[in-house]
Write a protein that binds this ligand. Sequence first.
Ligand SMILES: [Zn+2]
Length: 280
Amino acid sequence: MEAAPSQEHGRQHDRRQAGWRPLHDQVLDVSDDDDYNLALDQAGEALSCAGRVVVLSGAGISAESGVPTFREAQTGLWARFSPADLASPEAFAKDPERIWAWYHWRRTLIARGGPNAGHHALAQLAEIKSLQTITQNVDGLHQAAGSRRVAELHGNIWRERCSECDHARLVPMAEAQGDAPVRCRDCGAMMRPAIVWFGEMLPQTALVAADAALAEADCVIVVGTSNQVYPAAALVDTAVAGATPVIEINPQETPVSQHVDHRLAASASRALPDLVARLS
Ligand SMILES: [Zn+2]
């Protein structure tokens, strides 16, 4: 991703050297936009016919808010740890201060980015349609934009739960600060991030909600996910194999791109507002 701007500069430089003509480039751009607009018209029609809509979202939509993935956030002093050193029950039992420092660092990055136009467009869509979002993201940005029905397959970085009892709490994004672990108000044990760690099961309630929503959906939007990480990818496979129209939004091709009904090869922050605008 970091290399993209310099590649672009390089290409423009080559074009100038080769006598590149702006008019020709504009014609190509219009042709690209025609393809995009046609796909947008068709996807918009499928969406407008739907009563119940399911959104499956992945890291791509949050990347546009500047939120790094787990691996991307492992820079500086965090680079020397293995992922399991930062996200496993064993590592937490051994060194809760380190794990909390890691999660506070990532909370800071998320709060700095905030929701983008893609997240906001989905919240707007929820006012028009019955919408269930199923996300692999732990950043809580769908909810920060105003989406309410969000099933989180990997947990939520803003939710904390007791390592011993059932107590849990949601920390408002604006109040995120400090590195120190918090103790449970009920039993005094250490609170931990309510995130699915290495060696842990995905939350059954989120999986059941995802299956139920997909079974009843009239339209499925798959946005910002590589469709390569299971079990989330299995949900996409199920949707693609069924009769429900599937719209994929992703600038990159994925394993399902050739099989979806409508493909918008664009960023979430461009395509989602465009799609929702087709409804009003
Ligand atoms: Zn407790």
